[in-house]
Ligand binder design. Sequence first.
Ligand SMILES: [Fe+2]
Ligand SMILES: [Fe+2]
Length: 243
Amino acid sequence: MKIDPEKAIKIKPGIWWIGWPDYQAGFSNNPYLIKDGDEIVIIDPGSRLDAHWSIVKKKIESIVPLDKITMVIATHQDPDLCACIPFIEDAVGKDNFELVTTDRTSLFMPYYGIKSEVTTVEDGDKMEIGDNGRILQFITSPYLHFPGAMVVYDTLEKILFSSDIFGAFSVDWNFYANKYYHEAIKSFAETYLPEQRHVINFLDKIKNIDIDLICPQHGSIIERKHIPKIIDVMRNLEVGVWK
Ligand SMILES: [Fe+2]
Ligand SMILES: [Fe+2]
């Protein structure tokens, strides 16, 4: 399948990658859009830099008008995923805007100039969206890499939106992970993730979840065939290596 990263890329029915590869930095940024009936959800929308936001905005608008977004989900508080949220809030209007994140992360949302109240979720909370019985499940991932971080599982398409977990620095970026991706993960995870016990705690939490695709906020999308190997590598990584 030919991938054109200049365009929004449909990865499942009703789900698009709306990100951009940064070849120079070896750092892709991967916001995602879910469209289910009238519900339009953006997960980790991204940076406010013109060069970045203009891409995400264009890709959203190739699917739906910006003001039709019904929900933004932020998996943690970093600027590479939160900084453009005020642009979406402005387009949607404060009264119709819903931002979902954890309690810990919600404290930082006003720092970006976000004016709306934030909907907070806890570990295991579920939210049904759209017309197809799609449930988004929120799974906290403490200390990976923020105390209040979480991931999101789409029960309908069996996608784990994994935030910075399973992300990678990849100079040789591919849209879908190849058989060498576990090596690319190492350079990111070893420095971003603080302690192995938190990684193992998280991997234990997701071990009974049926995952067809892992969609991280950086790096490549991981298909089912590569997931067991990558989880095995993650379990045995030495993280928190900076001294
Ligand atoms: Fe982060
Ligand atoms: Fe990130």
